[in-house]
Design a protein around this ligand. Structure first.
Ligand code: DX5
Ligand code: ZN
Length: 231
């Protein structure tokens, strides 16, 4: 089975106006977002707190594309059904979030969602080597998770290693953290196809002035596509 490996831009609503999520989601989709990336943080696995299942369920009403939910929580398993009920298309858990990521990925698929596995900057590609047939997406963190707007950490070598490990399997490589038109080409060249971007998409725009979001998305996409074609 083959998958779409063209570049997809997934704006993170962590950088949106928290009092206006519905309009912000509508604005980024109208301006060319391919997926909507939703960062769930618990103040325990990461030192920041965002929102939980009821809020994500409310976002779902506005998301017409793919709702890509990135869990930065521990434990994960008790909440899987709640995120299925909230309407997540893809549910991503961190390999560092517990001792049984294999079981977690099975449970995510059993609940009817695509399963993603995320790895922190300090975690090697080999941590997911035995999970590749259980997963639809590997999320490579290029910042330490917890906050938007942090400095990009180059994980090119890890992404190349993963791309080779994945081979023909239908598994996306997603990059999360510090993506902008300057860093996107490095990751596309290494083999990533989904680029999460928070501050670089929302910077300078608003739901009342959404054209800026479109300009930002196009700049990231153009930079990445040039590199992906050359790779
Ligand atoms: C970080 C989150 C990211 C973050 C990206 O913990 O998982 O999705 O919002 O934000 P930027 O693009 O600003 O680094
Ligand atoms: Zn994220």
């Amino acid at each position: 089975m083959s998958i779409d490996r063209t570049i997809k831009i997934a704006p993170s609503i962590l950088s949106a106006d928290f009092a206006d999520f519905g309009r912000e989601i509508q604005a980024i989709e109208a301006q060319g977002a391919d997926w909507v990336h939703v960062d769930v943080m618990d103040g325990h696995f990461v030192p920041n707190l965002t929102f939980g299942p009821p809020a994500v369920k409310a976002f779902r009403k506005h998301v017409k594309s793919v709702m890509d939910v990135h869990l930065m929580i521990a434990p994960v398993d008790p909440f899987i059904d709640a995120y299925a009920d909230a309407g997540a298309d893809i549910l991503t858990a961190h390999v560092e979030a517990g001792p049984h990521i294999h079981r977690t990925l099975q449970a995510i698929r059993a609940a009817g969602m695509k399963a993603g596995v995320a790895i922190n900057p300090g975690t090697p590609a080999e941590a997911v080597e035995h999970l590749l047939d259980l997963t639809d997406l590997v999320c490579v963190m290029t910042v330490n998770p917890g906050f938007g707007g942090q400095k990009f950490i180059d994980m090119s070598a890890k992404v190349r290693r993963l791309r080779t490990m994945i081979g023909d399997r239908p598994v996306h490589i997603e990059i999360d953290g510090g993506i902008d038109p300057g860093t996107a080409p490095l990751m596309a060249d290494a083999g990533a196809d989904v680029l999460v971007a928070g501050s670089a998409v929302f910077r300078g725009g608003s739901a009342d002035n959404p054209g800026v979001y479109g300009d930002n998305i196009r700049s990231i996409r153009a930079a990445a596509e040039t590199a992906a074609k050359a790779a």
